[in-house]
Structures are given as C-alpha cells and as structure tokens.
Design a protein around this ligand. Sequence first.
Ligand code: HEM
Length: 521
Amino acid sequence: MLVFISLLNQVLYEYLCFCDMVFALLGLFLFSCLLQRVTNRSCPMLWPVMGIIPSIFFHVNHIYDWVTMAFIRAGGTFPYRGMWMGNAHGILTVDPSNIEYMLKTRFENFPKGKYFRDRFHDLLGDGIFNADSQLWKEQRRLATIEMHSNRFVKHSLKTMEDLVQNKLIKLLDVVAESGEKLDLQEMLLRFTFDNICTAALGVDPGCLGLNLPQVPFAKAFEEAAELTLIRFLVPPFVWKPMKLFGLGYEKRLKDAIAVTNDFAGKTVRDRRNELDKHGNLNGRSDLLSRLIEIEQNDCFSDKFLRDFCISLILAGRDTSSVGLAWFFWLVQKNPEVERKILMEINEVLRCRSDDNEEEVFTLEELKKMVYLQAAISESLRLYPPVPIDMKEVIEDDVFPDGSVVKKGARVLYCIFSMARMESIWGKDCLEFKPERWIENGQFSSQNQFKYAVFNGGPRLCVGKTFAYMQMKMVSASILQRYQFEVVNSHEVVPKLTTTLYLKNGLVVNLKPRLVAMNSTT
Ligand code: HEM
C-alpha cells in the first residue's frame, strides 16, 4: 500500500512539474506576445518561434489587402522574421525613398543574392535575370545595346505585327463567330510566349495555332518556372535532398528543365551551324543571332547564350500578358476609359492615307496613342505583373526612414501595395484614372521608385520599351475589332504567386465591334 501511495505521489509530483512547465511556457508565450503588441503596436505580430508566419496564415485568403493595411498602419515599413532557426529576417517596405536607396544609391549592397540564385540556378544558370556583379554587368551591357538598337526594335515590331495579324486576330475571329466563351488571359499568355521566343531566339514555338496546340517547349518552360517557385516555400533541407535523389516535384522539375535546355541549346547550335554554312546571319535580327554575330573569337560559350535567352524568355513571357489581362478587365469596368481609347484609335486611323491598307498599327501610330499608354500605365500601377520583389543585404545598412537591416537580411518591397498608398498616389489612389499620366496632352512618366512596376536604377527592366510596344499593339488591335464582356459569374481575383496572374483567368464573350470606327462608341 505504501509503495502504491509513494508511486502515486511521484506521478502526481511529476504531473504537477509538467503542468508548471506548460504554464511557465504558456506564460512566456503570452508575455512575448504582449510585449510585441506593446512595443510594436503598429506592425504585424511577430509570434514567438513562428515569427510572421501565423499572421500570414490567418490572412492568406486576402493577403494583398492585409499586407497593404499593414503598410498603412506601420507608416510604410515594418520588420519581419520567419521561423526560429530559419534565418529569414529583414524588412518589408513601400517607401519610395527606401526603394531608391536600395535599387540605386546603394545598389551594390542589395543584389539579387544567393537565396534567389540558389533556387533559380537550375533553370536560369547564370543568365541576366539570375546574375549579380560582373556576370550581370556584361549581359546587361549586351542586352541594353542590342534591345535598344533600331534593328531589334524594327524586328520586334515586325514579329508583333505578324503574330497579331496572322494568328491572334484570326483566332479571335473564329471564337467571336462561334459565340463561345474565351479565356483571354490564356490567349494572351500564348501570344507573349510566341512573341518573346521569336524576338529572342528567332523561333516561333506556335502556341497560337488555330487549334491551340500543346507545345512541349512551352509546357516544359511553364512547368519549370512554376516548380522552381516551390523551392521558395519548402526549406532547403527538404528540397535539396529531393533534388539529389530525384524525388517528387524535384524529379518533374529536372525533366522540365531538361526539355527547356535541350530546346534552347539546340537552337544555339543550329544557329552557329547556319553561320558556318552561310558566313553570316544577315537575314536574322533576333537577339541570339545578333549576339552570335557580334561575338569576337567565340567568346560566348553555348551555355552563356542559352542562359541569356532562357532568362529573357522568363522575364518577357508572362509579364505583359498578365498586365494586358488586368488592363482589359479594368477597361471593361470603365466604359468611359474605353470610349476615350476608341476615340484615340479612331483619330489615328483617320490620319492614314487612303493607300494605307495596313491591318495593324505602325510604330508611329502607336506612338501617337498617348491616352492608351496612360491607361496601360495606370492599369500596371494598380495590378503590377511583378507584385512583390526582393533584394538581399550584403553589409549592415540603415535606410532613409531609419530602418536598420543586418547583413544576410532580405528586403521585400511590395509594388502592389505602393499603388494603394495615399501617401504616394494621393486620395484617389484606388481609382483607375489614366488622366493622372497626362500633362498638357502629353504622356508624363513618373519617378521610377514611386512607380517601381518595371523596377528601377541599374536593373530597370530592359524590356520596358518592348513591353509597351507589344501591349499597345495588342490592346489597340483587339479593342478596335471586338467588344467583350467578362462573363457574369466569373470571379476576378489575383493568384498568389510571384506573377500577378488572374487566378481564374479572364473568361469573356467576344463580339465583333459592329459600330464603325469613326463613331466613338
Ligand atoms: C509589363 C511588362 C513587364 C514588367 C511589368 C516587367 C517588370 C520587370 C521587373 C520588376 C524587373 C526586375 C526584376 C528583378 O530584378 O527582380 C524586370 C527585369 C527584367 N525584365 Fe522586365 N518586365 C516586363 C516585360 C519585359 C519584357 C517583355 C522583357 C523582354 C523582352 C523583359 C525583360 C527583362 C529583363 C531581361 C530583366 C532583367 C534586367 C536586369 O536584371 O538587369 N521584361 N522586369
């Protein structure tokens, strides 16, 4: 009996000790939460052990709205921390002076960094989109010279004209005639993939065929890009062994990257053979051919050329199509803006000489479309294709607003939320208002760091001119010919990923625009 009582005592004692420990931990937890709330009231909660993760988890269904409110409450910048031992820490900001400091003033201290590079290296290698320092500098120099040359501008305009006239319009005619619904975003994604491949590689993959074919290169590219993003969600101690042993999604990623590399690698080899055979590539103006022609003493390896092209395709593939999809949605919701765009197109067409039978627009005509440019810029402001971006910190630093960052931290800047800050865009920041881009009848551009849609500083998007030309050509050609209506029950919400896709696409009904273009409706 005595033994039994002493055993019971022992168990009771250990139970009470355990309860004490649980209560002590709970107390500590509550105390840390309280301390956090008291000392950092205006910033999102950083939970003990889990950091900001529970806050994100609670708001995941409306994360953009939540983070925007968090910026407003915090005055533009707040600190974050990931899971204990995960080494993720830094700040989130929408403050234009911080962004200028990071992207321009202290550019060298805020590279893309190892975190980004490690995850993207299998797909992008050392391509411009994934490189820093010297490796980046040389590619940037080449890209800037070639992409802004008259030859490339003419070539890209020609590729856009051909695609719009011979494929996009034909496809949309068929759909409009059939009366079937159409996912406009899907169609635009196909368009921009064909367009960037033709411009960069000189090869049209044919995604915009009338039967909307599954193109293995396009499918593999899309899969490789999507699966790479999983590496940002799972910790390295999970994805690295999976990669090593070829398990799960890492196996699919490896296969998709192999298809992508084979296609791009073969294109590089074929082009070199063509040069050997004919002695020049005069008939070709795509970027790959230009680089092969200007290189001296074979200084670019096949891998360098392949990586360069793959980076360019990744950067120019979905950004403008996603931007266009949001643009069409906003225009449909704002008939007055649509009316003004049509008036402008009409005016441009009226100036054409009688013998101009062109079905698409010339560069000069696109340049005249000031209101369209303003409407596109305004739609990119509200729905930036790259909604959030990130840089790594090399050395401890202090931002203009006083925020301190430590070496190894990461700075995230939320371009989506910037558009919704009264402090940046004024009281009407939430309105779709192309007029804010027009001064004395001319397009008036905004400061790069307030409008960071195309990034800013030395790493400003190198495809910006291309993107505007493409978006103006496509939107003017479509609006000129068709009326469209987003189907009634269709839910338009952003997808949670690094590019701001419409989660459910943009499903519309198309009708030929019967009203003559010299009318304004
Ligand atoms: C609306 C369309 C576009 C938007 C909003 C956009 C936005 C951006 C942004 C935010 C970056 C910086 C990314 C970073 O460093 O983290 C960037 C870089 C880049 N973009 Fe674009 N882009 C667009 C279209 C294009 C197109 C069509 C091309 C190619 C023809 C292109 C080529 C590039 C390249 C090569 C870079 C890397 C530049 C560098 O790191 O020096 N972009 N773009």
